[in-house]
Design a protein around this ligand. Sequence first.
Ligand SMILES: *Cc1c(COP(=O)(O)O)cnc(C)c1O
Length: 355
Amino acid sequence: MSQFLANHMKTMKPYTPGHQPKKGEYIKLNTNENPFPPPPEVSEIMSESAKSLHLYSDTNCKLLTDTFAEHYQISPESVIFANGSDEILAFCYMAFCDSDKGMCFPSISYGFYPVYADLFNIDGKKIPLNPDLTISPDHYFNQDHHIVIANPNAPTGIALTLSQIEEILVHNPKNVVIIDEAYVHFGGESAMKLTETYQNLIVCGTFSKSRNLAGGRLGYAVAHPSLLADLNLVKFSFNPYNVNTLTQALGVASIKNDRYFQHCTQSVVKTRRYFIDSFDKLGFHTLPSCANFIFTKHHDRDGAFLFEKLKEHKILVRHFDQEPINQYLRITIGTQEEMAVVVQKMTQILEENHA
Ligand SMILES: *Cc1c(COP(=O)(O)O)cnc(C)c1O
């Protein structure tokens, strides 16, 4: 740290990304990426759009916006894109939070929510989960903060229903409510359509998980145009060219190849069923997941121990060393073949290490 670092940054704890090992070293189930590569046509699309890289990217992402709006049957005025949904979230904090009003979020949720509160020097208020790790909508009624909730939540995988989200919206007319739908395509219900009714709702999402493009960095926000004008005010005051030309082209290709998208998401959902059933038989209790990962604990074996053992067997999952979730493992759903290996290795680990 230098002597020049701003005061509020001195105690800052940054977000810790999941470990990204060398390719092939591990079965990598620690960062909720899609196990399948992007659709095959991307290489051709990349080399075609590379020809215009001497020009700045389109600040309005026109083609991507129109393609997305048509696909999801919404108005092109009600969607914007950014460099990952992390950037959308950052824009929201910058646009809406100040020293009078911060952001609240579930105490156990996406790691960036509290990090952004610290970064932008605003109050981050944690709302506890229920003992069964579900979210109670009424804990969010009439808040004195703006609200961000991941739905399905991470790392639990548990989803709220649309009517529960509507209750939160109705009880917060003075607050912006951000619903982060990073995992919605694996079994949640999207609140996108509710943005036509509620002018305090922002639905954000990403191409990183269900659209196989984590390395492309593409996220979106769907909301009433007045809210998007606020986010655009931030974007055009910060980095107007935030979505590069190649990524815009990738996004269009991803939306157009709906068959591939359906194939990948359905395959993950099917493998999730197989994996939860197999882990049940090994003595695990798994929360009901609507996401491309599961959150699970063994009835008598320690979470940190199992994490280390899996790592020895070259399987990388995520373990959070914090109460009340330190007995759980968060395991991304990979391919059927990968998950069969995890079941086999876990069977072996449990046999070799009697409680
Ligand atoms: C992965 C994730 C994001 C970030 O997505 P990017 O588009 O890759 O920045 C946002 N929210 C949640 C809950 C996530 O799990």
